[in-house]
Design a protein around this ligand. Sequence first.
Ligand code: NDP
Length: 294
Amino acid sequence: MTAALIDGKAIAASVRAETAIRAARLAAAGTVPGLAVVIVGDDPASRLYVRSKAQACEAAGLRSWVHAMPADTPLERLVAFVHELNGDPEVHGILVQLPLPGRLDARLVIEAIDPQKDVDGFHYQNVGALVVGDPAFYPCTPWGVMRMLEHEGVAIDGAHAVVVGRSTIVGKPMALMLLNAGATVTICHSHTRDLSAQTRQADILVAAAGRARIIGAGMVKAGATVIDVGINRLPDGKLVGDVDFEAVAPVAARITPVPGGVGPMTIAMLLANTIRSAERAAGFALAAGETRIA
Ligand code: NDP
């Protein structure tokens, strides 16, 4: 068996196209959806991410603002600025680019964001809504994975899903989304004994450990769907995932590449969350099943 490739670029493009249609519908009704991105300090990788987010917004008909603040910005100033954005009716989504420079407590800043504008889905209120299974802003990367699984017609209900990684931004919300969709979920981490014994059980395997190629062919069940969230740079500069793609592709039924897999979905889902927020603010009808606002 050779796995079918899950094309994240194509799926993300379809999400962005859908977003652009919704943005145009909002604009026609007098609301231009807007995303404010706050970046503190001058980390080059963060600056690059922020630029791509702003470009993606413009391409889809959203307005975006990038607010760059110096690395020595005091916490009180940053929180006060977030409060200003909370009160700005033109801003529907607020994203504070992480990580923040060392002495700033990211949790205090995230909690300052109005949960209804928390398009990253990191505020406790949105995290809690995800735990309960209520509609909320879901963290963009795992939500992007869910969209990929849906797009590929992967049966989640009743499947055994194994998530490698338990971070707050990927592993844990990923596990919760799969659980809410009816999967039986195993979460693995660096203390897991015999990782292979766990991953071999997976109908759906999500690797989010940030360890280059730790998932080899012997760790994957024949016919599994393998989603590789990991992004790792090798000493020679090559970008690889957590999955040994060449070894695993002949075993799996479907697999995501790195790059070109999960990566493009993250920004696409950020735009989708911002549109959703603008639709709520404009009083548009909620989508089916969306009964409560986070
Ligand atoms: P973190 O470092 O926060 O978390 C990594 C998790 O993997 C931890 O829970 C850790 O366990 C676990 N882990 C590490 N090594 C092993 C191991 N050998 N066996 C089992 N579990 C292990 O990373 P993130 O969750 O933020 O990101 C994970 C990866 O996804 C990274 O490569 C990151 O670059 C990528 N990423 C990609 C995105 C995209 O858009 N495609 C977006 C976000 C992240 P423990 O908790 O015990 O330490």
